[in-house]
Design a protein. Sequence first.
Length: 87
Amino acid sequence: MEAKGLFNVARKEFIDHLTSKRFIIILALFLIISASGIHEGINNYNLQLESYKELISQIKEVEGIGPGYMPEKPSIMLVFMFIRNSA
């Protein structure tokens, strides 16, 4: 019986913390920072992807480039790198 009451108190305290103004404000700030960083990262990724596609099309048109040359495709992880830079 005592453990059930302790769980009930812990659950209520947890809900109180999640619904507090301080927690909601901090969560909102993190979401804004994350959203702006991801937006910037997506724009940068799209620019790098366009550049990569352009290089690939140039390689297909030009015959003089050796068989070992291949530009590196941009990683989708670059999108998340900008979250760190926007904070």
